[in-house]
Every structure is written in C-alpha cells, then in structure tokens.
Design a protein around this ligand. Sequence first.
Ligand code: ADP
Length: 383
Amino acid sequence: MVDPTVLEEQAKLIERTKELSCLYEIAKIIAPSSRSFSEVLQAIVSILPSAFHYPERVGAGIQIDDLVFMTDGFSPSTRRISATLTIEGRPKGVIEVFYRQSEDGEDEDGEEHFLPEETNLLQTIARQVSLMIEIKLANEKQAKLESQLRHADRLAKMGQLTAGVAHELNEPLSGILGFAQLALKKIDSPEQSARYLDRIVQSCLHAREIIKKMMLFSSPAPQHMARADLNQLLADGMAFIVPRFEKSGIRFDSVLDPDLPAIVADPAQITQVLVNLVINAIHAMPNGGVLTVKTVAAEGKTRMIVQDTGVGMDAQTMEQIFLPFFSTKDVDHGTGLGLSVVHGIITAHHATIEVQSQVGRGAVFTITFPAAGEDGGGKGGDD
Ligand code: ADP
C-alpha cells in the first residue's frame, strides 16, 4: 500500500514539472527567431494549457491592444484566472486561462479549479510576455531612430552637395555674366568685345569641366572596357606626370610586380584615377618627399598602391574625403571632386579603395581590382 502523502507529493511534482516545461517552452518561443510577433504570441497561447492540471479542458487567450490570440474553443467561463500585461508601467493587455464550459453553456462538472501555484505561474508568464513586448517596442524605437538619423544624414549630405555645386558653378557663372555685360557695353569695339567673348568661352569651358567631373563621380559607366596591363597603364601615366615633379623636390619610386594578373578596365579612367591620386600626393608634400606607385598581385587580385610621405590626414578628414566637394584646400587649389571621381570610377570597375593615413606621416591609397574573368570589371575585351 503506497503512502497517500507520497502520492500527493508525486502529483505535486508532476504539476511543477509541467509548469517548468511550459516556462522553458515559452522561453524558447520568445528567443530571437524569424517568427513574427503574432506567431510568437499564438505559439505561447497554444503552449499555455499544457502547464495546467487538466490541459485538455483548459483554453487560453492573450489580448494586447486590439490584437487577440486564443486557443480553439475559446468561450467565456466563470472558472478563469488572468494576469495583466504591463508595458512600461502601464496595463496594455491581459493573458487569461479558463476551464471550458460544456455545450449547454454550463460549467463542466468536475473538481477543476485553479491552484495558487497556477495563478503564480500565469503571473510569471505575463511578466515574461510583457518583457518580450517591451524589448520588441524598444527595438522598433531604435530602428525608427536609426532610420531618422540616416535620413537626417542624407539630407545633410544633400545640403553639402547642393552648396558645393552652387559654390563651384557660381564662379564661372559670375564670370559669364560680368564679361557679357562688359561685351554689351563695348559692342561698337569688336576687338574689345572679342576679348570679353573669349573670357566667356573660358568660363563656359570651366563650368562644363565641373559638370563633367560631377557626372563622372555620380555614375561613371566605363566606356572602353578591355583587358589591360595595369603596370603598363601606370608606367605610361607616370611618364606623363613625372616631369611635373622635377622642381618640387619629390622623388618618384615605382615598384611594379612583374607577375601582375591582367585587369579589365577602361584605360582612360584608370589614368584619371592615377592622376587624381598623384596630384593630391603632390599637394600633400609641399616641402618635397617620396611618392611611390606600387602594384602587387594578391590572391588572384590586382592591387595598385599610391603612397606619399606628406602631411597625412586625421580620422575625421579620412571619413569625408570621398564626399563630393569635400576639400581642406583653398578655393584655388581644390574643388573637392578629385577623390569622389576616383571613388566613382573604382566602384564602376567593381574594385575597392582603402586609405590609411596619420597626420604628418603621409597617406597610402590602396585599390584592389577583381581578377579579370571574375565577376566585375565588365565584360572584358569588348573593345
Ligand atoms: P581636393 O584635392 O580638390 O581637395 P579631393 O577629393 O581630391 O579634393 O581630396 C579631398 C581631400 O582629401 C583633400 O582636400 C585633402 O584634405 C584630402 N587628401 C586627399 N589626398 C590626400 C593625401 N595624399 N594626403 C593628405 N590629404 C589628402
């Protein structure tokens, strides 16, 4: 004969195990997953009855604002317990468990009633669900803030861009207007007005140059893609630029890897990249220094490095150098378009550009081209 107190303890233990299993299942459901919010709440509702004494006769429901989730066969019942879902200190909904009524609307017979432990369990579950909702709301708030920040950032960049365009175009436009007015006044002096007209043409060419550069950084679709020998392109480009170094006290070093894989590129645009990087390097070394142009084969990719021993940049400058019109130079020395053009060309070639620099210790620009034949670089050889 088994001792009845042992049986009772055993029954209690079984109940506690059911409750713990239910809590464990809920924790698993709540854990981050690809389930939607509604799916999570529906899953919690479905698992709830398993923690109670007569699971087959128990129904459950969760209501949050105007959202309602419930097990099949939900019906109002007098034998029910509920717990409030409190979000950020305010009641936001309710979680409810009940014993189903019989067909005729009467409570089913039997000794079903909720135990104090079951009421506590429901409170615990309500706290877990409330916490989950709070985390979800916090995440949503954060995502919204991040999106607002991104928007503000975009607006700021657009403002910067517009101000830059206005500033750059204002100069040639003022020239055109001024010289046109002067030419009008001197209409009876053909020689004089021819000089003014010539200045107008120069200003128009200047404006066209600015617009050309802007188009290049916005979407410089490479025009003449072909398999190219980067070493040859750089050697040709440098032969054109090096004479400019002669008086500037800058030494030119070139370290070209003889085993460089071919790239697919628009030669004119690569020369433009080299020229822009080298001109910046020259500007960065007003008292002379060393400019190194290197190529390196790296895991099938082709790397081009332009390095100087000039003034260098701080981290804040480095963050902005690829933005159109960002410049630390005088109006006469920089338009702030050089590196944004470089960035546009590099992106159109499916290549990447990185910069490393420290104030007073020069700068290193590293461009990595995909191997010819790899995705990127265009169709190759269509030229
Ligand atoms: P710009 O040369 O007309 O100013 P860029 O877009 O070419 O425009 O360069 C933007 C800025 O990046 C420069 O004003 C300068 O502050 C910085 N920069 C670019 N290259 C270098 C370099 N080699 N060393 C130091 N600073 C550089």
